[in-house]
Design a protein around this ligand. Structure first.
Ligand code: ADP
Ligand code: TRP
Length: 354
Protein backbone atom coordinates (compact mmCIF):
# COMPACT_ATOMS: atom_id res chain seq x y z
CA UNK A 1 0.00 0.00 0.00
CA UNK A 2 1.35 3.42 -0.91
CA UNK A 3 1.97 5.84 1.92
CA UNK A 4 1.40 9.59 1.83
CA UNK A 5 2.48 12.20 4.33
CA UNK A 6 1.99 15.91 4.72
CA UNK A 7 2.09 18.65 7.31
CA UNK A 8 0.92 22.18 7.87
CA UNK A 9 2.57 24.77 10.11
CA UNK A 10 0.28 26.57 12.58
CA UNK A 11 1.47 29.99 11.41
CA UNK A 12 -0.63 33.15 10.92
CA UNK A 13 -3.62 32.54 13.19
CA UNK A 14 -3.65 28.79 12.58
CA UNK A 15 -6.80 28.80 10.46
CA UNK A 16 -7.01 27.51 6.89
CA UNK A 17 -8.22 29.33 3.78
CA UNK A 18 -9.41 27.98 0.44
CA UNK A 19 -5.85 28.32 -0.97
CA UNK A 20 -4.57 25.87 1.66
CA UNK A 21 -7.54 23.64 0.97
CA UNK A 22 -7.16 23.55 -2.83
CA UNK A 23 -3.35 23.59 -2.79
CA UNK A 24 -2.76 20.96 -0.13
CA UNK A 25 -5.58 19.59 2.03
CA UNK A 26 -7.86 18.53 -0.84
CA UNK A 27 -5.14 16.42 -2.50
CA UNK A 28 -4.53 14.76 0.82
CA UNK A 29 -8.22 13.98 1.31
CA UNK A 30 -8.53 12.63 -2.23
CA UNK A 31 -5.52 10.37 -1.87
CA UNK A 32 -6.82 9.16 1.49
CA UNK A 33 -10.19 8.29 0.07
CA UNK A 34 -10.19 5.14 -2.09
CA UNK A 35 -13.36 6.19 -3.91
CA UNK A 36 -11.65 9.31 -5.31
CA UNK A 37 -8.03 8.10 -5.67
CA UNK A 38 -8.73 5.68 -8.54
CA UNK A 39 -9.85 3.01 -6.09
CA UNK A 40 -6.45 2.82 -4.43
CA UNK A 41 -6.32 3.06 -0.66
CA UNK A 42 -3.33 4.93 0.74
CA UNK A 43 -1.93 4.87 4.22
CA UNK A 44 -1.89 8.51 5.31
CA UNK A 45 0.02 10.56 7.85
CA UNK A 46 -0.80 14.19 8.49
CA UNK A 47 0.98 16.30 11.09
CA UNK A 48 0.51 19.66 12.69
CA UNK A 49 4.07 20.96 12.34
CA UNK A 50 4.10 22.83 15.63
CA UNK A 51 7.90 22.78 16.05
CA UNK A 52 8.17 24.54 12.68
CA UNK A 53 5.99 27.38 13.99
CA UNK A 54 8.63 28.25 16.60
CA UNK A 55 10.69 29.90 13.87
CA UNK A 56 8.19 32.77 13.75
CA UNK A 57 5.90 32.52 16.78
CA UNK A 58 7.58 33.12 20.09
CA UNK A 59 4.55 34.05 22.12
CA UNK A 60 3.26 31.18 24.22
CA UNK A 61 -0.45 32.10 24.15
CA UNK A 62 -0.46 32.73 20.42
CA UNK A 63 1.26 29.44 19.68
CA UNK A 64 -1.22 27.54 21.84
CA UNK A 65 -4.16 29.25 20.12
CA UNK A 66 -2.76 28.62 16.64
CA UNK A 67 -2.13 24.95 17.27
CA UNK A 68 -5.65 24.46 18.59
CA UNK A 69 -7.16 26.33 15.66
CA UNK A 70 -5.21 24.33 13.08
CA UNK A 71 -6.05 21.01 14.75
CA UNK A 72 -9.78 21.82 14.70
CA UNK A 73 -9.64 23.14 11.11
CA UNK A 74 -7.83 20.09 9.81
CA UNK A 75 -9.90 17.53 11.69
CA UNK A 76 -13.12 19.20 10.54
CA UNK A 77 -11.97 19.05 6.91
CA UNK A 78 -10.74 15.47 7.10
CA UNK A 79 -14.00 14.10 8.46
CA UNK A 80 -14.01 10.35 8.86
CA UNK A 81 -10.42 9.37 9.62
CA UNK A 82 -10.29 5.66 8.79
CA UNK A 83 -6.82 5.42 7.24
CA UNK A 84 -5.36 8.72 8.41
CA UNK A 85 -2.88 9.05 11.25
CA UNK A 86 -3.25 12.63 12.48
CA UNK A 87 -0.68 13.83 14.99
CA UNK A 88 1.33 16.69 16.42
CA UNK A 89 4.99 16.85 15.45
CA UNK A 90 5.99 17.72 19.02
CA UNK A 91 4.32 14.54 20.32
CA UNK A 92 6.96 12.54 18.43
CA UNK A 93 10.49 13.42 19.65
CA UNK A 94 12.06 11.30 16.89
CA UNK A 95 11.65 14.25 14.51
CA UNK A 96 14.12 16.32 16.51
CA UNK A 97 16.52 13.43 16.94
CA UNK A 98 16.62 12.69 13.23
CA UNK A 99 17.11 16.37 12.45
CA UNK A 100 20.21 16.37 14.68
CA UNK A 101 21.61 13.40 12.81
CA UNK A 102 20.80 14.75 9.34
CA UNK A 103 22.59 18.01 10.20
CA UNK A 104 25.80 16.07 9.73
CA UNK A 105 25.27 14.82 6.21
CA UNK A 106 23.94 18.12 4.87
CA UNK A 107 26.21 20.78 3.39
CA UNK A 108 25.76 24.37 4.47
CA UNK A 109 25.48 25.40 0.82
CA UNK A 110 22.32 23.33 0.35
CA UNK A 111 20.52 25.18 3.15
CA UNK A 112 21.76 28.55 1.90
CA UNK A 113 19.93 27.90 -1.35
CA UNK A 114 16.56 27.48 0.42
CA UNK A 115 14.00 30.05 -0.82
CA UNK A 116 12.76 30.93 2.68
CA UNK A 117 16.25 31.86 3.83
CA UNK A 118 17.17 33.66 0.60
CA UNK A 119 13.93 35.65 0.70
CA UNK A 120 14.73 36.81 4.23
CA UNK A 121 18.21 37.90 3.18
CA UNK A 122 16.81 39.89 0.27
CA UNK A 123 13.91 41.39 2.16
CA UNK A 124 12.96 44.40 -0.04
CA UNK A 125 11.95 46.45 3.01
CA UNK A 126 15.61 46.55 4.12
CA UNK A 127 17.56 46.85 0.85
CA UNK A 128 20.43 48.83 2.26
CA UNK A 129 21.35 46.63 5.15
CA UNK A 130 24.47 44.54 5.00
CA UNK A 131 24.11 40.79 4.81
CA UNK A 132 25.80 40.32 8.20
CA UNK A 133 23.35 42.67 9.81
CA UNK A 134 20.33 40.89 8.31
CA UNK A 135 21.69 37.55 9.43
CA UNK A 136 21.53 38.81 13.01
CA UNK A 137 17.73 38.79 12.62
CA UNK A 138 17.41 35.29 11.14
CA UNK A 139 17.21 32.54 13.69
CA UNK A 140 18.96 29.24 13.05
CA UNK A 141 15.61 27.46 13.29
CA UNK A 142 14.47 29.25 10.14
CA UNK A 143 17.73 28.46 8.40
CA UNK A 144 17.41 24.83 9.45
CA UNK A 145 13.70 24.60 8.63
CA UNK A 146 14.26 22.35 5.58
CA UNK A 147 16.24 19.93 7.72
CA UNK A 148 13.42 19.46 10.21
CA UNK A 149 11.02 19.03 7.31
CA UNK A 150 13.33 16.40 5.79
CA UNK A 151 13.28 14.56 9.13
CA UNK A 152 9.45 14.85 9.25
CA UNK A 153 9.22 13.15 5.90
CA UNK A 154 12.07 10.61 5.88
CA UNK A 155 10.97 9.09 9.21
CA UNK A 156 7.77 7.80 7.63
CA UNK A 157 9.14 6.64 4.25
CA UNK A 158 6.20 7.99 2.27
CA UNK A 159 5.84 7.55 -1.50
CA UNK A 160 4.12 10.88 -2.02
CA UNK A 161 4.05 14.24 -0.26
CA UNK A 162 1.03 16.36 -1.30
CA UNK A 163 1.82 20.07 -0.78
CA UNK A 164 1.43 23.41 -2.51
CA UNK A 165 4.05 24.52 -5.03
CA UNK A 166 5.86 26.76 -2.53
CA UNK A 167 6.94 23.60 -0.70
CA UNK A 168 8.39 21.86 -3.75
CA UNK A 169 11.95 22.92 -3.04
CA UNK A 170 11.71 21.47 0.47
CA UNK A 171 10.77 18.09 -0.95
CA UNK A 172 13.68 18.24 -3.41
CA UNK A 173 16.00 19.04 -0.49
CA UNK A 174 14.52 16.13 1.45
CA UNK A 175 15.38 13.79 -1.40
CA UNK A 176 18.87 15.21 -1.57
CA UNK A 177 19.43 14.85 2.19
CA UNK A 178 17.97 11.32 2.29
CA UNK A 179 20.18 10.30 -0.62
CA UNK A 180 23.29 11.77 1.01
CA UNK A 181 22.55 9.80 4.18
CA UNK A 182 22.03 6.58 2.22
CA UNK A 183 25.28 7.08 0.28
CA UNK A 184 27.35 8.17 3.28
CA UNK A 185 26.35 5.12 5.28
CA UNK A 186 25.96 2.70 2.35
CA UNK A 187 22.42 1.91 3.32
CA UNK A 188 18.98 2.18 1.82
CA UNK A 189 17.29 3.27 5.03
CA UNK A 190 15.51 6.21 3.44
CA UNK A 191 13.02 6.09 0.63
CA UNK A 192 13.17 9.19 -1.57
CA UNK A 193 9.64 10.66 -1.79
CA UNK A 194 7.96 12.43 -4.70
CA UNK A 195 6.09 15.72 -4.32
CA UNK A 196 2.46 15.61 -5.41
CA UNK A 197 1.44 18.99 -6.82
CA UNK A 198 -1.34 19.02 -9.46
CA UNK A 199 -0.67 21.91 -11.86
CA UNK A 200 -4.16 23.46 -11.68
CA UNK A 201 -3.92 24.07 -7.93
CA UNK A 202 -0.17 24.66 -7.64
CA UNK A 203 -0.71 28.31 -6.74
CA UNK A 204 -4.16 29.67 -5.96
CA UNK A 205 -4.27 33.40 -6.53
CA UNK A 206 -5.88 35.52 -3.81
CA UNK A 207 -9.00 37.70 -3.86
CA UNK A 208 -6.85 40.65 -5.06
CA UNK A 209 -6.37 38.76 -8.35
CA UNK A 210 -2.63 39.38 -8.19
CA UNK A 211 -0.68 37.52 -5.57
CA UNK A 212 -0.70 34.04 -4.06
CA UNK A 213 -3.57 33.66 -1.61
CA UNK A 214 -1.94 33.99 1.77
CA UNK A 215 -2.98 34.84 5.31
CA UNK A 216 -0.19 37.35 5.62
CA UNK A 217 -1.37 39.25 2.51
CA UNK A 218 -4.98 39.41 3.71
CA UNK A 219 -6.30 38.23 0.30
CA UNK A 220 -7.98 35.06 1.51
CA UNK A 221 -11.37 33.42 1.65
CA UNK A 222 -11.74 31.64 4.98
CA UNK A 223 -13.34 28.27 5.50
CA UNK A 224 -14.44 28.34 9.14
CA UNK A 225 -15.07 32.02 9.85
CA UNK A 226 -18.59 33.37 10.39
CA UNK A 227 -20.72 33.56 7.26
CA UNK A 228 -20.65 37.37 7.43
CA UNK A 229 -16.83 37.34 7.21
CA UNK A 230 -16.84 34.93 4.27
CA UNK A 231 -19.51 36.95 2.50
CA UNK A 232 -17.43 40.10 2.87
CA UNK A 233 -14.36 38.33 1.48
CA UNK A 234 -16.37 37.04 -1.50
CA UNK A 235 -17.91 40.44 -2.18
CA UNK A 236 -14.44 42.01 -2.14
CA UNK A 237 -13.06 39.56 -4.70
CA UNK A 238 -11.44 40.91 -7.88
CA UNK A 239 -13.61 40.40 -10.98
CA UNK A 240 -13.29 42.36 -14.22
CA UNK A 241 -12.24 46.01 -13.76
CA UNK A 242 -13.17 46.85 -17.38
CA UNK A 243 -16.80 46.11 -16.68
CA UNK A 244 -18.63 49.14 -15.30
CA UNK A 245 -22.31 48.17 -15.67
CA UNK A 246 -23.93 44.77 -15.23
CA UNK A 247 -24.95 44.79 -18.89
CA UNK A 248 -21.39 45.36 -20.17
CA UNK A 249 -19.88 42.18 -21.64
CA UNK A 250 -17.48 40.77 -19.04
CA UNK A 251 -14.24 38.79 -19.04
CA UNK A 252 -13.81 35.40 -17.42
CA UNK A 253 -10.02 35.07 -17.70
CA UNK A 254 -8.29 36.40 -14.60
CA UNK A 255 -11.69 36.91 -12.94
CA UNK A 256 -11.16 35.35 -9.53
CA UNK A 257 -14.84 34.70 -8.84
CA UNK A 258 -14.96 32.37 -11.84
CA UNK A 259 -11.58 30.86 -10.96
CA UNK A 260 -13.00 29.85 -7.58
CA UNK A 261 -16.34 28.81 -9.09
CA UNK A 262 -14.50 26.34 -11.33
CA UNK A 263 -13.55 24.53 -8.13
CA UNK A 264 -16.63 25.01 -6.00
CA UNK A 265 -19.65 25.57 -8.30
CA UNK A 266 -21.77 23.06 -10.20
CA UNK A 267 -20.31 22.56 -13.68
CA UNK A 268 -23.44 23.32 -15.76
CA UNK A 269 -24.48 26.26 -13.64
CA UNK A 270 -20.95 27.74 -13.88
CA UNK A 271 -20.88 27.26 -17.67
CA UNK A 272 -24.25 29.02 -17.94
CA UNK A 273 -23.09 31.91 -15.71
CA UNK A 274 -19.91 32.33 -17.76
CA UNK A 275 -21.96 32.56 -20.95
CA UNK A 276 -24.32 35.12 -19.41
CA UNK A 277 -21.40 37.10 -17.97
CA UNK A 278 -19.68 37.33 -21.35
CA UNK A 279 -22.96 38.58 -22.84
CA UNK A 280 -23.52 41.13 -20.07
CA UNK A 281 -26.63 39.34 -18.81
CA UNK A 282 -25.66 38.72 -15.21
CA UNK A 283 -24.29 41.07 -12.55
CA UNK A 284 -21.14 40.66 -10.48
CA UNK A 285 -23.28 40.53 -7.35
CA UNK A 286 -25.31 37.57 -8.64
CA UNK A 287 -22.18 35.64 -9.54
CA UNK A 288 -20.62 36.44 -6.18
CA UNK A 289 -23.77 35.34 -4.38
CA UNK A 290 -23.55 32.03 -6.19
CA UNK A 291 -19.89 31.66 -5.16
CA UNK A 292 -20.83 32.35 -1.54
CA UNK A 293 -23.64 29.75 -1.66
CA UNK A 294 -21.30 27.22 -3.29
CA UNK A 295 -18.64 27.71 -0.61
CA UNK A 296 -21.12 27.32 2.22
CA UNK A 297 -22.47 24.19 0.53
CA UNK A 298 -19.00 22.70 -0.11
CA UNK A 299 -17.83 23.29 3.43
CA UNK A 300 -21.20 22.87 5.17
CA UNK A 301 -20.50 19.50 6.74
CA UNK A 302 -16.92 20.47 7.65
CA UNK A 303 -18.26 23.63 9.33
CA UNK A 304 -20.70 21.51 11.34
CA UNK A 305 -17.96 19.10 12.37
CA UNK A 306 -15.84 22.08 13.42
CA UNK A 307 -18.57 23.20 15.84
CA UNK A 308 -18.98 19.69 17.17
CA UNK A 309 -15.23 19.15 17.71
CA UNK A 310 -14.85 22.49 19.41
CA UNK A 311 -17.61 21.53 21.84
CA UNK A 312 -16.07 18.09 22.50
CA UNK A 313 -12.34 18.40 23.23
CA UNK A 314 -12.24 14.78 24.41
CA UNK A 315 -12.88 13.61 20.83
CA UNK A 316 -9.97 15.72 19.58
CA UNK A 317 -7.67 14.45 22.32
CA UNK A 318 -8.55 10.88 21.47
CA UNK A 319 -7.62 11.33 17.80
CA UNK A 320 -4.32 13.01 18.71
CA UNK A 321 -3.41 10.37 21.26
CA UNK A 322 -4.07 7.55 18.83
CA UNK A 323 -2.22 9.41 16.08
CA UNK A 324 0.84 10.08 18.22
CA UNK A 325 1.06 6.43 19.29
CA UNK A 326 0.99 5.24 15.68
CA UNK A 327 3.45 7.92 14.52
CA UNK A 328 5.85 6.98 17.33
CA UNK A 329 5.62 3.32 16.37
CA UNK A 330 6.49 3.98 12.72
CA UNK A 331 9.19 6.55 13.42
CA UNK A 332 10.79 4.37 16.13
CA UNK A 333 11.30 1.62 13.56
CA UNK A 334 13.09 4.08 11.26
CA UNK A 335 15.20 5.49 14.11
CA UNK A 336 16.30 1.95 15.04
CA UNK A 337 17.60 1.54 11.49
CA UNK A 338 19.21 4.99 11.54
CA UNK A 339 21.02 4.42 14.84
CA UNK A 340 22.27 1.06 13.57
CA UNK A 341 23.40 2.50 10.23
CA UNK A 342 25.50 5.28 11.74
CA UNK A 343 27.16 3.27 14.51
CA UNK A 344 25.41 4.57 17.61
CA UNK A 345 24.49 1.04 18.65
CA UNK A 346 27.25 -1.17 20.09
CA UNK A 347 27.89 -3.53 23.01
CA UNK A 348 27.39 -0.76 25.49
CA UNK A 349 24.22 0.80 24.16
CA UNK A 350 21.35 0.42 26.56
CA UNK A 351 18.82 2.70 24.87
CA UNK A 352 16.95 0.96 22.09
CA UNK A 353 13.77 1.94 20.34
CA UNK A 354 11.29 -0.85 20.90
P1 ADP B 1 -0.02 30.71 4.08
O1 ADP B 1 0.86 31.17 2.94
O2 ADP B 1 -1.42 31.20 3.92
O3 ADP B 1 0.58 31.03 5.42
P2 ADP B 1 0.99 28.06 4.55
O4 ADP B 1 2.36 28.48 4.16
O5 ADP B 1 0.70 27.78 5.99
O6 ADP B 1 -0.07 29.13 3.98
O7 ADP B 1 0.64 26.78 3.69
C1 ADP B 1 0.07 25.55 4.11
C2 ADP B 1 -0.08 24.63 2.89
O8 ADP B 1 -0.99 25.21 1.94
C3 ADP B 1 1.24 24.39 2.11
O9 ADP B 1 1.26 23.05 1.58
C4 ADP B 1 1.16 25.39 1.00
O10 ADP B 1 1.92 24.99 -0.11
C5 ADP B 1 -0.33 25.42 0.68
N1 ADP B 1 -0.75 26.73 0.17
C6 ADP B 1 -0.77 27.89 0.86
N2 ADP B 1 -1.21 28.92 0.11
C7 ADP B 1 -1.48 28.38 -1.11
C8 ADP B 1 -1.96 28.93 -2.34
N3 ADP B 1 -2.26 30.22 -2.46
N4 ADP B 1 -2.09 28.10 -3.39
C9 ADP B 1 -1.78 26.78 -3.29
N5 ADP B 1 -1.33 26.20 -2.16
C10 ADP B 1 -1.18 26.97 -1.08
N1 TRP C 1 6.68 23.43 5.71
C1 TRP C 1 5.33 23.07 5.48
C2 TRP C 1 4.47 24.37 5.34
O1 TRP C 1 4.87 25.42 5.73
C3 TRP C 1 4.75 22.26 6.59
C4 TRP C 1 5.43 20.95 6.80
C5 TRP C 1 6.22 20.61 7.87
C6 TRP C 1 5.36 19.81 5.95
N2 TRP C 1 6.63 19.32 7.75
C7 TRP C 1 6.15 18.81 6.59
C8 TRP C 1 4.74 19.55 4.72
C9 TRP C 1 6.30 17.55 5.99
C10 TRP C 1 4.91 18.30 4.15
C11 TRP C 1 5.69 17.31 4.78
O2 TRP C 1 3.36 24.31 4.88
Amino acid sequence: MKRILSGITPSGDGSLHIGNYLGAVRQFIELANPSTSSGQAHECFLMVADLHALTTIQNKEQLQRNIEALILNELALLGDLQNITFFRQSDVPMHSELQTILNNVTPLGLLKRAHAYKDKLQNPSTPLRARDEIEEDINVGLFNYPMLMAADILLYKPNLVPVGKDQKQHIEMTRDIGDRFNRTYKTNTFKLPEPYIPEEVAVIVGTDGKRKMSKSLGNIISIFDDETVIKKQVMGTYTDPTRVHANDPGHIEGNMVFTYLDFFGEKEKVAELKKQYREGKVSDIEVKNYLFESLIKTFGSARERYGDLKAHPEKVKHVLEKGAAKAREVSSATMREVRDAIGLTNHYSFFRYS
